[in-house]
Design a protein around this ligand. Structure first.
Ligand code: FES
Length: 143
């Protein structure tokens, strides 16, 4: 009797099952990574703690787009600064510099509120993910 023959048939099924389980597990992990809705976006490595804009460059009711990190920094009301991903959730274009409390995507015209990043006008739905920021001196820093 050759133990290796019996041993090889059973593990072959086991391998297929194992691959299926691994595939489901990998998919689940991928979904968990993609489905982290509401979570803070993962900024460019090393951005935390860095000055992303100067307060003087961010007008009240408007803002500025920081191309380096694809972030838009806004000042909805005097002294209140916000930051959002500049990547439009519709098809990924970068929104333009905010004006009159609105960020507009140049590709298809979606509009977003400067205070919340929420969609005001489609085709984009949802909102631009927000970054937590604070003011240090004359700079706006991602925390
Ligand atoms: Fe922004 Fe389509 S990519 S509205």
């Amino acid at each position: 009797m050759k133990g290796s023959e019996q041993g090889s048939a059973v593990p072959a099924i086991g391998r297929r099952e194992a691959l299926g389980v691994a595939g489901v597990a990998a998919c689940g992990l991928a979904l968990a990574g993609c489905g982290a809705g509401g979570a803070e976006p993962d900024p460019a490595p090393g951005i935390k703690g860095q000055v992303i804009a100067k307060t003087a460059d961010v007008p009240v009711g408007g803002g500025t787009v920081v191309d380096r990190w694809k972030i838009v920094v806004t000042q909805p009301t005097e002294g209140v600064y916000k930051a959002f991903s500049a990547v439009c959730p519709h098809r990924g274009c970068a929104v333009g510099a905010p004006r009159d409390n609105v960020m507009t995507c140049p590709c298809h015209g979606s509009e977003f509120a400067v205070d919340s990043g929420k969609s005001l006008k489609g085709p984009a739905t949802g909102q631009l993910p927000a970054y937590q920021v604070k003011v240090e001196g004359d700079g706006i820093v991602v925390v």
